[in-house]
Structure formats: structure tokens, C-alpha cells
Design a protein around this ligand. Structure first.
Ligand SMILES: C[S@@+](CC[C@H](N)C(=O)[O-])C[C@H]1O[C@@H](n2cnc3c(N)ncnc32)[C@H](O)[C@@H]1O
Length: 246
């Protein structure tokens, strides 16, 4: 099992120029978009969304709509869903629009939690509950779900602020290292995790974490933009028979 595109590790295959360009994009995004001290409104993936101060913008950053449209195309009727790192709530709301219930939207950023709760109300989706949580810290292991969603921060490196935790997960991805183990513990048998990563993500490290947590991964969608690619993966728990055969 690997995240099946060797080129997704930028340290292996992308030029210095492209990495510098990405740093510049982050610099301008951070100062002019992420770190704004006001609430704005937008429409994304057919949802009306408020975007609170320091909350990941679901229209300007293209990963959100890519993932949201994938979810809205599924039939999730009656499936229980938890999202780790909900930001504006766009993915949790999209799962609810596709029929999922209940839907739990988690974020470490209190502004994101308040924003996701407000957006659930705004869009008439009362089955979405927003909860403040560091990964799954606010979810007991007895709470089980059919589906886990996550679009985690793309970069390692120390976040400058709470808002910047949408982009930076600490040196060596410190802040999200337990994500896959914790997700595996909350999935019902036969459950699935949908994960969005970027070509900026350290694929080798994610591969290791995913495998250690007992998942296999399949890439199910790709979107390319000028400076980056986005990959959507489906993770499923390896069966006892498959593990025994390894
Ligand atoms: C790339 S943004 C994605 C937001 C949203 N899911 C979307 O697609 O628009 C990552 C989100 O993860 C949250 N996050 C980062 N580290 C976290 C952690 N340890 N626990 C919970 N949420 C975290 C950030 O605050 C941010 O809202």
C-alpha cells in the first residue's frame, strides 16, 4: 500500500522555483486572507457560508469545493460522519446535504467551530454539530462513525497563529501525527476515511502513518492547478486476512 503517486512528495521531484512560488502564495494568502480580523460571506458548492476571522476560506482555497463537490455527488443517506478540521464547515455540510446524519464537525480553532455551527444553521442542516477538539480529543472511543473526512494542513513547520494551523501542522507534522490512529479507532467495521492531500504534503510520512493505522489507500480523484495538485484518497481498514497474508 502506498499513496500511489511517487511524485506527490515535493522534496523528491519539484523544483526550487516552484517551492519558492508556493511560499510566496502562502505569504500573501496568510497576510491578506487567512489572518483577516473580520467575518465575510461567500457561496461555495451551493452553500451559503460565513467565514469567520482566521477561518480557512472555502472559496479562495480550491481544495474545499473540490472535496465538497465529491461528497455532494455521493449518496450518504443515514451514514454517520465525523470531519476533523472543519474550517467553515463546508465538508461537513456537504456530507449532510448528501444525506448523512448525524454529522460531527471538529476543529482546534474556536473561530472555525463557531463558524461551522453558524453555517449549519444558515443552511438548514441541524444534523451537523460543531465541536471544539484537538483531532479526536473531544470524541470518546465509544462514538463510532461510518465515515471520517479530513483535509489536514499541507505543510510541516511551526504555525504562526491559530489561523495558520490550517496550513502548518508543526515541525514533522507534529500536531496531526495521531490523526490516522485516532480515526481508525472511531470507524465502524467497514467504515471509510476520505482524505485530501496536496502535492506539498510529505507523502512518505503520510504513507507511513496511514499504513501504521491499518488502512489501505486508493486515489479516487485528482485536481491540478498551476502550482499544485490535490489528491483525494479513500482509506479502508485492512482485513485480518490481508494483514495475515502480508
Ligand atoms: C486545510 S483546512 C481545511 C478546512 C475545511 N475542511 C475545508 O476543506 O475548507 C484544515 C483545518 O484543520 C484544522 N486543524 C488543524 N490542526 C487541527 C487539529 N490538531 N485538530 C483539529 N483541527 C485541526 C484547522 O484549524 C483548519 O480549519
Amino acid at each position: 500500500m502506498t499513496l500511489d503517486n511517487p511524485s506527490i512528495n515535493p522534496h523528491d521531484s519539484y523544483g526550487l522555483g516552484r517551492r519558492i512560488f508556493r511560499k510566496l502564495v502562502h505569504f500573501f494568502s496568510y497576510h491578506f486572507i487567512i489572518d483577516r480580523n473580520r467575518t465575510t460571506s461567500t457561496e461555495a458548492a451551493g452553500l451559503h457560508l460565513k467565514v469567520g476571522p482566521g477561518v480557512f476560506h472555502p472559496k479562495i482555497f480550491l481544495t474545499s469545493e473540490f472535496f465538497a463537490k465529491f461528497l455532494q455527488a455521493q449518496d450518504l443517506t443515514g451514514r454517520s460522519v465525523v470531519e476533523v478540521g472543519t474550517g467553515s464547515g463546508i465538508l461537513a455540510l456537504s456530507a449532510a446535504k448528501a444525506g448523512a446524519a448525524p454529522v460531527l464537525a471538529l476543529d482546534i480553532n474556536p473561530q472555525a467551530v463557531a463558524t461551522a455551527a453558524a453555517n449549519a444553521e444558515l443552511n438548514g442542516l441541524p444534523q451537523v454539530e460543531a465541536r471544539h477538539s484537538n483531532l479526536f480529543s473531544a470524541v470518546s472511543e465509544s462514538e463510532k462513525f461510518d465515515i471520517v473526512l479530513s483535509s489536514p494542513p499541507s505543510f510541516g513547520g511551526e504555525p504562526k497563529s491559530m489561523a495558520d494551523r490550517a496550513w502548518h501542522a508543526g515541525p514533522g507534522y507534529r500536531d496531526i501525527l495521531p490523526l490516522f490512529d485516532q480515526a481508525a479507532a472511531r470507524l465502524k467495521p467497514g467504515g471509510v476515511m476520505y482524505l485530501l492531500i496536496s502535492s506539498d504534503t510529505n507523502a512518505a510520512l503520510f504513507d507511513h502513518l496511514i499504513e501504521k493505522a491499518g488502512f489501505t489507500s486508493t486515489r479516487i480523484a485528482t485536481q491540478s492547478i498551476v502550482i499544485e495538485e490535490f489528491y483525494l484518497y479513500e482509506l479502508r481498514q485492512r482485513t485480518v486476512a490481508a494483514i495475515a497474508a502480508e
